[in-house]
Design a protein around this ligand. Structure first.
Ligand code: G3I
Length: 370
């Protein structure tokens, strides 16, 4: 689900802050001041043998009030974009780990876990990784990158999204796989290559296949769930060392609702395969509904709770991450937020870092986990 959206447009501010970050790198690494006003999501999750955390960036960590809120609420971090290939290997064979290491260091300083996103994806690849590069069909295009990057973070990560968004049933293949440069260059076994290379480079990080499309109640979600189960079974039959399924968890407050019965059955089958389950990118898009904030917040919280109650009822679920902690970083000038006076409210903290009804939904979902 990499179509450009609000998040993809966070440009200008990011540049300035990244430059400031580069100059004043120490500021990012300074421990954030953590006020704890009531049991945080991090604490509540930990009491139920769960990790709760969020996606973030060095740009966000440059804002000290936000860094403090993140240190309070999150027990695991993931890079929103600074561990993708276009950020890590902008020039072929030249790796830039500075931003990712800063995020890993922030997590370390605050006793948080850290997860990698993502080693292989059809999007966010550097410009040099073009048709010509793929046409050579040299598996090292995949395996050397994984060895270098997963090797660099060896022993420091809780998990890796080894491959991201591999399936897209509407592309029409019998196996439901997405038509991508990786698939056309190496065939379906590019996934096998990736998982084996990831295990060799870092056997400590849980190896996750991450995707969207299994949460909703629409017919295409039924198709997605069937394709996902078949895909996972096939990988396991081929001896692919996959250990977990990542459910991105991007929901819509005013769109197709989670079908709890279908989701529960699906997740039971995933657990029966011996796989762990992580919610990796949870947020609830509140566009398309009334403008009244209280109504939007309520719908967001209800959608999140409807989803989490099922996911957390499965003993294989080990982590929930939201795709950001605060709405502060969601919109950008000149985008929908400004054009229609609409500020998105999709995450546990609002733009002023106040806890939202979604925060309460997460908190009570964690508290009520058996
Ligand atoms: O910060 C740089 C800036 O310095 C530079 O000038 C500018 C122009 O190149 O790019 C800025 O980085 C952008 C970054 O977001 C920060 O805003 C990247 O171009 C842009 O591609 C990146 O978009 C990310 C997108 O994935 C593609 O990687 C979004 O932040 C991120 O939220 C989104 O996340 C994806 C998951 O990885 C997979 N699942 C879907 C999810 C949402 O689309």
């Amino acid at each position: 689900m990499a179509s450009p959206n609000r998040r993809d447009v966070m440009l200008g501010g990011g540049v300035a802050a990244l430059a400031a970050w580069g100059a004043g790198q120490a500021q990012v690494l300074k421990p954030a001041i953590v006020e704890d006003s009531g049991a945080s999501l991090r604490a509540r999750a930990a009491q139920r043998r769960l990790l709760y955390g969020a996606a973030t960036s060095t740009y966000q960590l440059g804002q000290s009030d936000f860094a403090g809120a993140l240190a309070r609420e999150a027990g695991i971090l993931v890079a929103e974009y600074e561990m993708k290939r276009d950020a890590i290997e902008p020039v072929r064979g030249q790796y830039d780990f500075a931003a990712a290491d800063a995020l890993a260091q922030f997590a370390h300083v605050h006793g948080m876990a850290f997860r990698g996103h993502t080693l292989v994806w059809h999007a966010s690849n550097p410009r040099w990784l073009d048709a010509a590069a793929f046409a050579a069909r040299d598996e090292r295009l995949l395996t050397s990158y994984i060895s270098a990057v997963a090797g660099h973070f060896r022993g420091r990560l809780q998990s890796w999204d080894v491959v991201n968004e591999v399936l897209l049933p509407k592309d029409g293949r019998a196996d439901g796989m997405r038509l991508s440069s990786w698939l056309s260059a190496f065939g379906p076994s590019y996934v096998d290559l990736a998982f084996h290379a990831a295990r060799a480079a870092d056997p400590h990080a849980l190896r996750v296949y991450n995707d969207w499309g299994c949460e909703g109640g629409a017919p295409e979600n039924d198709t997605f769930r069937r394709a996902t189960l078949r895909f996972l079974e096939t990988l396991l039959e081929r001896g692919v060392p996959i250990q977990a399924l990542g459910l991105q968890g991007h929901l819509a407050a005013f769109g197709s609702k989670v079908d709890q019965k279908k989701l529960r059955t699906f997740l039971d089958e995933v657990r029966a395969m011996g796989l762990k389950i992580l919610v990796t990118e949870h947020d609830v898009d509140d566009s398309g509904g009334p403008s009244d904030i209280a109504l939007r917040d309520r719908a967001v919280a209800d959608a999140s709770r409807r989803f989490l109650d099922v996911v957390l009822d499965n003993s294989a679920t080990i982590a929930v991450l939201t795709w950001g902690l605060s709405d502060r970083f969601l919109d950008a000038p000149g985008f929908r937020a400004v054009l229609s006076g609409y500020r998105p409210r999709m995450l546990p903290l609002d733009a002023d870092l106040a806890r939202t009804p979604m925060w309460s939904a997460l908190a009570s979902a964690f508290d009520q986990r058996r």
